[in-house]
Design a protein around this ligand. Structure first.
Ligand SMILES: Nc1ncnc2c1ncn2[C@@H]1O[C@H](COP(=O)(O)OP(=O)(O)O)[C@@H](O)[C@H]1O
Ligand SMILES: [Mg+2]
Length: 382
């Protein structure tokens, strides 16, 4: 874990602190995000962990490797930084070094032999979904998203238990940013690093964090809690304003479609007689239903009136459509997609397009209404 105890930083010559008696603990294996307006002391807080900046008062503790905590001021800064990966926006890759040489920086300092470094670099590129061919390229030959992946890979090179990430995806376009966020979350499931992550974007904080530390100008901590608790129960007006008026919608980021979908929707088979399918839909009072093939994969949908008085099979009358949403999608993303495609109902599928359930706009609305009702007396959303 990382423990902050009354940490204050006053820059020389300034009257007011940049960080003001900050106390909080990041549990081991969790992602904690510092979020707040520009100038509220996020970067300063981060840099005090690896001693790029030293606190004026208070102490920061990190594990010493034997299960005990040690004050970072009592560790040799070079030793300390080898155990702490550091990723920054606009990365700081060395422009005249190849990707391999960039990744090799810290392993070389630790005296790893070339074979071992190369194996690790290959492994890291694979983790970042990049081909080993990139090893011999230079940073300027990569896209912004790829460079940022190398920034993350380099920080992970010697597998440090702690990662500090300062607006790591801030300069990336929204689509790639989303990809990078998802990739990092997927990696984190296995890596279980203790991560201190900085962003000024509350949506990114909600998505990435186990816990969020909301900071205000002057380096004051306003609330430290899980995303769910912060959304449902903001500690004060500042937090409420910072998370925004649409916090009900934001809560949808924390819920996956599989948690609320109907897991037993009416499904029709391609080879099912049309008359039988029509009777079934009438009995269930459904105007349409999804159609699956013999392999259980989604093929499209059929409208009840198209089947009325028809001979033949469902396969003769259905509309081929790709209206499946993956089971791990957040409700927020599912809702956006449904609104964009103008679908009231979507089919929920696994990554092989096999039907797992059904989701309607009404089901999402009901969820929003529930979280609003429960919001004020929810103690802790964790
Ligand atoms: N090296 C420095 N010298 C003096 N003041 C600084 C220095 N670095 C940052 N500050 C000031 O400290 C405050 C916090 O800065 P910073 O930690 O960079 O905020 P954030 O990362 O949240 O935008 C700001 O008012 C900033 O101007
Ligand atoms: Mg900053």
């Amino acid at each position: 874990m990382i423990k902050f105890e009354n940490v204050t930083k006053i820059y020389p010559g300034l009257a007011k602190p940049a960080v003001d008696s900050l106390s909080f603990t990041v549990p081991s294996g969790e992602i904690c995000t510092l979020v707040g307006p520009s100038g509220c002391g996020k970067t300063t807080t981060l840099k005090m962990v690896n001693r790029l900046i030293e606190p004026t008062q208070g102490a920061i503790y990190v594990p010493n490797g034997n299960g005990d905590l040690v004050n970072v001021m009592e560790v040799n800064p070079i030793q300390l930084r080898r155990k702490i990966g550091y990723v920054i926006q606009q990365i700081g890759l060395f422009p005249h070094w190849t990707i391999f040489e960039n990744i090799a920086t810290v392993p070389r300092l630790l005296g790893w032999d070339n074979d071992r470094i190369r194996r690790r670099a290959e492994e890291l590129l694979e983790m970042m979904n990049m081909s080993p061919e990139y090893m011999d390229r230079y940073p300027h030959e990569l896209s912004g998203g790829q460079r940022q992946r190398i920034g993350v890979a380099r920080a992970l090179a010697v597998d440090p238990p702690i990662m500090l990430m300062d607006e790591p995806f801030g300069a990336i376009d929204p689509i790639n940013r989303n990809l990078l966020q998802n990739e990092f979350l997927r990696l984190q499931k296995e890596m279980k690093k203790t991560v201190l992550f900085v962003t000024h974007d509350i949506d990114e904080a909600i998505k990435m964090s186990d816990r969020i530390c909301i900071m205000n100008v002057g380096g004051r901590l306003e609330q430290y809690d899980t995303p769910a608790a912060i959304l449902s129960n903001p500690a004060n007006e500042f937090v409420e304003n910072f998370v925004g008026a649409d916090r009900a919608l934001k809560q949808l980021n924390l819920i996956r479609v599989e948690e609320i979908m109907d897991t037993a929707p009416v499904l029709l088979q391609l080879d099912q007689p049309a008359a039988e399918a029509w009777a079934l839909l009438r009995e269930r009072e459904l105007r349409s239903a999804f159609v699956v093939g013999p392999d259980g994969r989604l093929r499209g949908y059929v409208v009840r009136r198209e089947l009325r008085d028809k001979t033949g099979t469902v396969g003769d009358y259905f509309t081929r459509a790709d209206m499946g949403i993956e089971i791990s999608t957040t409700l927020r993303d599912a809702l956006s997609e449904m609104l964009a495609m103008d679908y009231n109902t979507v089919c929920i599928v696994d990554n092989h397009n096999r039907v797992q359930g059904m989701l309607s706009i009404e089901m999402i609305q009901k969820k929003i209404a529930e979280s609003n009702v429960n919001g004020d007396d929810q103690e802790n959303g964790a």
